[in-house]
Write a protein that binds this ligand. Structure first.
Ligand code: RNT
Ligand code: ZN
Length: 417
């Protein structure tokens, strides 16, 4: 059987469940996923403001990481060429592109410092998302938006205000909304004497940032929570409760990163609750291994379960999806391609589930048949539908994209040192 024949056979198998594989492919093509620029250079950025800090860590020494805007853009192009479907690009403030001889500290960043990225996005038809960078900077040594030092706190408030303007600029230039996600690393290694005051200051800082006013149609602001970081094991200011409470009370989006919870706590179980009380939500899709290790996203059970929650609750129009991992131990371009393709596989898997039928079985209390069908679905010819999606999208199928990455490694990446 050739691949088209395999797809036709797969379509018939899914039709037995009442699922239209062609419709699933068409839907998948419309789901935008934001590719995070920071996998390309181990979260380094272009400003030389200091080593990676904030309790996050890249490990590995794979050669060829991008060192300049040109290199990062070239690597992104290679990855984008091998990823099917609808893509956005997610930038951090530390990736400003300055004119020769120019620099600007984080509290002085302007839209023009991101003009090169806007041009990049325009040429490739990408939307842009943005993140203030509240780490890897001398003024982030102790704390940022929760700092007790009024000058430090003001510096970071001003930084986030700049970022709101830059996000607005992205939205205006590209004619589509920009998600601006705020995450702070603030926290403590050991048992706090006062958990309340830093959180009160954080809330005040956020209120000050949002008070400058921005077009809510153009910029979607989200707040990302976290349970711990390296050196911040006992307390994070931006805990889950803080961020949910703040987002709910101020009308911004909560952002859940699935590496930011206790290891047995699942984001897939949280989505339905968020959907009941928020209009929109944002997700960082990642993979944690024993801790918030930011491993490359795989086509694994939790990733599938997250995708299922989005599909069966009809939430795709209400969610901003972005990837967030940084693996320096493997080819970084391949990491991007695999992470994106794996999350798209999870979405396709969810779109190929007979969700209404399964929900009806739960409602009727027929848990035996529910188990039977859910298990049968796992061995349905999913790969043949995935291949068809890649084919229709004009990207290499199966593992065939890797040859291109290898060629790029040999001719470009391996020449960097
Ligand atoms: C850190 C958060 C945050 C960062 C990026 C670089 O734990 O997940 O999203 O990964 O901002
Ligand atoms: Zn994240």
């Amino acid at each position: 059987m050739n691949r088209e024949e395999r797809y036709r056979a797969a379509r018939e198998r899914y039709a037995e469940f009442g699922v239209d594989a062609g419709a699933a492919i068409r839907k998948l093509k419309e789901i935008p996923i934001s590719l995070h620029c920071w996998q390309g250079d181990d979260v380094q950025g272009f400003e030389d403001a200091g080593p990676l800090s904030g309790g996050i860590q890249t490990t590995g020494n794979y050669p060829g990481k991008a060192r300049t805007p040109e290199e990062l853009m070239s690597d992104l192009d290679k990855a984008l060429e091998l990823i099917p479907g609808k893509k956005r690009l997610n930038l951090h403030a530390s990736y400003a592109v300055f004119e020769p001889g120019e620099t600007a500290d984080r509290d002085a960043l302007e839209p023009r410092h991101f003009k090169a990225w806007v041009e990049f996005a325009k040429k490739r038809g990408l939307g842009l998302d943005f993140n203030p960078t509240l780490f890897s900077h001398p003024k982030a040594a102790e704390a940022t938006l929760s700092s007790a030092d009024p000058e430090i706190r003001k510096f970071w408030v001003d930084h986030c205000k700049c970022c709101l303007r830059i996000s607005e600029y992205f939205a205006e230039e590209l004619g589509q909304p920009c998600l601006m996600n705020i995450w702070i690393p603030d926290g403590l290694k050991d048992i706090p004497a006062d958990r309340f005051s830093p959180r009160a200051r954080f809330a005040q800082s956020l209120d000050e940032i949002l008070s400058i006013g921005y077009d809510k149609e153009k910029v979607l602001v989200s707040l990302e929570s976290k349970v711990f970081g390296i050196g911040l094991e006992s307390y994070t200011v931006g805990s889950s409760e803080f961020c949910l409470g703040y987002a709910a009370s101020r009308g911004i989006l909560p952002l859940m990163d699935n590496g930011h919870y206790h290891p047995t706590e699942m984001v897939s179980d949280k989505i339905s609750s968020i959907l009941l009380f928020f209009d929109r939500l944002a997700l960082h899709i990642t993979r944690s291994v024993r801790w918030d290790s930011d491993h490359v996203v795989l086509f694994d059970d939790e990733t599938k379960e997250i995708a299922k929650e989005l599909v069966r609750n009809d939430a795709l129009g209400r969610v901003c999806l972005g990837l967030d991992f940084f693996d320096a131990s493997i080819n970084r371009v391949a990491a991007w391609v695999m992470g994106m393709r794996n999350f798209q596989k999870a979405l396709l898997y969810a779109l190929l589930c007979p969700n209404e039928k399964l929900a009806a079985l739960q409602k009727e209390g027929d848990f035996t048949k529910l188990m039977l069908l859910q298990e049968e679905l796992k061995t349905c010819p999913f790969g043949d539908v995935w291949d068809q999606f890649c084919r229709e999208s004009g990207v290499p199928e199966r593992e065939e994209w890797y040859g291109e990455v290898k060629r790029y490694e040999e001719t470009v990446l391996s020449r960097r040192n």
